[in-house]
Design a protein around this ligand. Structure first.
Ligand code: NAD
Ligand code: 6OD
Length: 495
């Protein structure tokens, strides 16, 4: 068993690596901490270099064996079984994700776990139905040739993921990688190892052959993350996490010229025009700022509001922030859980202090809530809204990754577009207006990978997803994922 759970308790005790279809311990272990109260919920096996190598070699063997021979229809059926396996252990996945991340149970039940199953279903369907282009070519001697392409797996794909939406982001990459016939070695975040281990149990029960899905645990530098990126037999790396980590991984893999896909940080803007539906916009922007305690790469940390509604909007956002129920992730009514770790809380609080030093006005929040119970040992911060900063302030330029935003007024559409685009990041934007022409015009001006109009984080998994600038390299989603996780071999036949 990857994960042992005492009867009647949600507490996880031991999390192991999953290599070649077997759960294996390691010489070293590290603690998995529940961010809601700081308690240790599991000891996690930290894979050493040899174990990472064993996982990669298991992937290679799987590709040479049964997995390398089965057809698309059977692969798709196996992915559907994985989706069913996740759904049949829904409560277990929710409990593990909530314990690891501290996110509210309502969010894990509504977003993370259903999306994990959906990731497998969507790519199971897509791999069966997607076609490739073909061209009939006229040759210089007046005859013809036929060009067509076939998909081949890349081989062993290394997948490294963060802690904010652990299962969702892991399966977002595992599902298309397996759909294309690859084997994977995943390295989930050291802060959230549990659901990757539970997924191994689901893979086993679904009949995914040994070696196709391997999970190794550990940290980045000098640990499993780096061992995986350095491994010469890994054919491609896909990574979600901080931009700086992406840069380090890129350097490591450069020597072996591997394909990379990077989904990185963001400093996303929301732009509210005076003609927006005010209540809908206040609710939508509040969700974009505070969901998952602001720990979604797509969250809006910069809110630009057209001057005629600025004061009223700031007050509406303040009311929304102050009405959020902060508390135990296990309470159904909780809106806001803790941050992931004491280290991350220190980072977010350092920005709260910096905002004051940079001259911000705290409209609400800026500190740490007190509960008078065990939650005081958790890593909570108050939802926070600032105004009054210069656009050049570090708090407006740097990703904080907490429940915080800065709200600034604007007078013209051009000014709003300029401020929104004045960032080294370029992941997502949201535009709130009832003027359809302006919505399209401004959306097309955004220098990002995804622009939402009158909504936020509304996903269709067939669409391209990724960022520009510091926010990433490449696009995943739908056929874009299939194209990343496969090599296309073009065949030219002289007729
Ligand atoms: P992180 O970069 O610190 O860690 C991500 C993963 O990389 C972890 O598994 C970690 O162990 C591993 N890692 C760290 N250093 C490594 C190294 N040198 N070599 C190999 N692996 C290494 O990110 P995080 O703090 O876990 O996640 C938060 C960040 O992720 C935020 O910046 C957020 O914006 C970003 N993010 C982006 C997206 C997106 O889709 N663009 C999605 C989610 C999160
Ligand atoms: O919805 C997705 O597919 C996705 N990759 C979301 C990323 C969220 C960032 O935290």
């Amino acid at each position: 068993m990857a994960v042992t759970m005492p009867r009647g308790s949600l507490q996880v005790k031991s999390i192991q690596n999953y290599i070649d279809g077997r759960f294996v311990s390691s010489k070293r272990e590290f603690a998995d901490v529940n961010p809601a109260d700081g308690t240790v919920i599991a000891q996690v096996a930290e894979a050493d270099r040899d174990q990472v190598d064993a996982a990669v070699q298991a992937g290679r063997r799987a590709l040479r064996g049964e997995w390398g021979r089965i057809g698309v229809r059977e692969r798709a059926a196996l992915l559907q079984r994985v989706a069913e396996g996740i759904e049949s252990r829904f409560d277990c996945f929710v409990a593990a994700e909530v314990a690891d991340t501290g996110k509210p149970i309502s969010l894990a039940s509504k977003l993370d776990v259903p999306r994990a199953a959906a990731n497998f279903r969507v790519f199971a369907d897509l791999i069966k139905t997607s076609g490739l282009e073909s061209f009939q070519t006229e040759t210089p001697d007046g005859k013809r040739a036929l060009n067509y392409a076939v998909r081949k797996p890349l081989g062993v794909v290394g997948i490294i993921t963060p802690w904010n939406l652990p299962l969702l982001l892991l399966t977002w990459k595992v599902a298309p990688a397996l759909a294309c016939g690859n084997a994977v070695v995943v390295k989930p975040s050291e802060d959230t190892p549990a659901t990757a281990a539970l997924l191994a149990e689901v893979m086993q029960q679904a009949g995914i052959p040994n070696g196709v899905y391997n999970a190794v645990h550990g940290f980045g530098p000098g640990s499993a993350g780096e061992f995986l990126t350095q491994h010469p037999d890994v054919n491609a790396m896909t990574f979600t996490g901080e931009s700086q980590t992406g840069a380090a991984i890129m350097k490591t893999v450069a020597a072996s010229v591997k394909p990379v896909s990077f989904e990185l940080g963001g400093k996303n803007a929301a732009i509210a025009f005076a003609d927006c539906d005010f209540d809908e916009t206040a609710s939508g922007v509040a969700e974009a700022v505070f969901m998952n305690t602001g720990q979604v790469c797509l969250c809006a940390e910069r809110v630009y509001v057209e001057r005629p509604i600025f004061e009223q909007f700031v007050q509406a956002l303040k009311r929304k922030a102050e009405s959020l129920k902060i508390g135990s992730p296990l309470e159904k009514m909780t809106d806001l859980g803790p941050l992931i770790s004491s280290q991350h809380r220190e980072k977010v609080l350092s920005y709260y202090r910096l905002a004051t030093e940079e001259g911000a006005v705290a409209v609400t929040g800026g500190g740490v809530p007190q509960f008078g119970n065990s939650l005081d040992h958790g890593f909570y911060v108050q939802p926070t809204i600032y105004t009054g900063l210069q656009e050049s302030a570090r708090c407006v330029k740097e990703e904080i990754f907490g429940p915080v935003c800065h709200v600034a007024p604007f007078d013209t559409e051009e000014e709003a577009v300029h401020m929104a685009n004045d960032t080294k990041y370029g992941l997502a934007a949201s535009i709130w207006t009832s003027n359809l022409k302006r919505a399209h015009r401004v959306a097309q001006e955004m220098n990002v990978g995804i622009t939402w109009v009158n909504c936020w984080f509304l996903r269709d998994l067939r669409t391209p997803f990724g960022g520009v600038g510091l926010s990433g390299i490449g696009r995943e989603g739908g056929v874009h994922s299939l194209n990343f996780y496969s090599e296309l071999n073009n065949i030219c036949v002289r007729l």
